[in-house]
Design a protein. Structure first.
Length: 363
């Protein structure tokens, strides 16, 4: 008896001593990653917040960028839509310039609304139109301007949660006014946009992809041709990846972008994988079932598919195509040999949807 209580006292002393010196027993550790939750942001709600920010928040003070982040409720401190991918909706008002800076995180923009709007990347101005994807590979100076008389809104995507997690988030403001244009407007698109030819004797200025913009006017007919020719993935409708034409690889070193076409009435099969995705509905109406919960989406909504969750997509329309733009962290997982994927084999590859996500009462 006395021996037992002596043992208990000494055991407690062991843990106290460990804690006092930043030691922990592996047998007590939780083997658990970040709690990345499935989530959906309706466009009306996000636009309301961004519009209000347009009234109250000026750039560059107090906001270097007027961006409203889509924050995963499971990881609130991390300012990410997943543990690896940050997304936000950014508003640039008529006449505004979001001044130049550069940083270690890779960035991309998926243009939602506006014309007469551009991002200047290093010395090149890239005009942006709805549905275009514009890249800012890491450590390139970039500045945004809205020379039109209407608001411009786009989806930002960054690998900042990953880069912050690696404590590598170097950041530099541009101290010298506006960026100078040293190359013709849209030069990278004009030189590399075809994808099958490249300029000889010319070194692409961009580290990362030499191509800074993918035009929706080119992407849409390409997907439609593939669909006509019978292209199909079991799990992702007709999907394309935005490739780096310099090396045939992923969109960026850490993140890849896709466009998924769901044909009228299409219902994909369910699978799960270790990469995570943030989706933005470019066009159409439907739902995605994630771990048995139905997330109903419409144009301009955004939603998260967390790692290793079963998911399948449904186009709710029998007449209209749906287009889902998405950002994933496949390049990061591949780099570390961590990519794994499984199809759902039960029930014909489909989940039972047992609940519906309510965006007004989300948590
Ligand atoms: C950034 O540089 C932009 O340049 C937007 O528009 C969002 C979020 C985190 C870090 C840098 C931009 C950002 C960001």
């Amino acid at each position: 008896m006395a021996e037992d209580s002596d043992r208990a006292t000494r055991l407690e002393a062991m843990y106290t001593d460990m804690a006092a010196h930043s030691l922990e027993g592996l047998w007590r550790m939780e083997r658990k990653g970040p709690d990345v939750r499935p989530y959906l942001w309706q466009w009306d709600t996000v636009l309301r917040a961004v519009t209000a920010a347009g009234e109250f928040v000026d750039i560059p003070y107090p906001g270097e960028r007027r961006a409203v982040a889509l924050v995963n409720p499971g990881i609130p401190g991390a300012l990410g839509s997943t543990h690896a991918i940050y997304t936000a909706i950014q508003l640039v008002r008529p006449g505004e310039v979001a001044r130049a800076h550069r940083h270690m995180p890779n960035a991309l923009r998926f243009m939602i609304e506006g014309a007469g709007v551009s991002t200047t990347v290093e010395g090149e101005r890239v005009p942006m139109y709805a549905g275009d994807l514009v890249l800012t590979p890491n450590m390139l100076w970039h500045e945004h301007r809205n020379d039109s008389d209407a608001d411009a809104v786009w989806l930002d995507g960054l690998d900042s949660p990953l880069v912050f997690g690696l404590a590598a988030a170097v950041y530099e403001p541009f101290e010298d006014g506006f960026l100078t244009e040293t190359r013709p407007e849209d030069h990278s698109g004009r030189s590399y946009g075809l994808g099958t030819v490249r300029p000889i004797g010319y070194e692409a200025p961009a580290k990362g992809s030499p191509l800074l913009v993918y035009r929706w006017t080119a992407v849409e007919p390409a997907i439609q041709r593939m669909a006509e020719d019978g292209a199909d993935t079991e799990f992702d409708g007709v999907s394309i990846e935005y490739v780096n034409p310099g090396n045939g690889g992923h969109t960026l070193s850490t993140m890849s972008c896709w466009m998924t076409m769901l044909r009228p009435g299409e219902h994909t099969k369910a699978h799960r994988h270790t990469y995570s995705s943030v989706y933005h509905v470019h066009r159409g109406k439907g739902s995605t079932i994630i771990d048995g919960q139905r997330f109903e989406w419409a144009e301009r909504d955004s939603f998260v598919v967390p790692p290793w969750t079963w998911h399948e997509h449904v186009n709710a329309s029998d007449s209209d195509i749906a287009y889902l733009f998405s950002i994933n962290d496949i390049p990061t997982l591949e780099a570390f040999n961590l990519n794994r994927e499984e199809p759902l084999t039960e029930n014909g590859g489909h989940q039972q949807a047992t609940s519906v996500f309510d965006p007004e009462n989300p948590n």
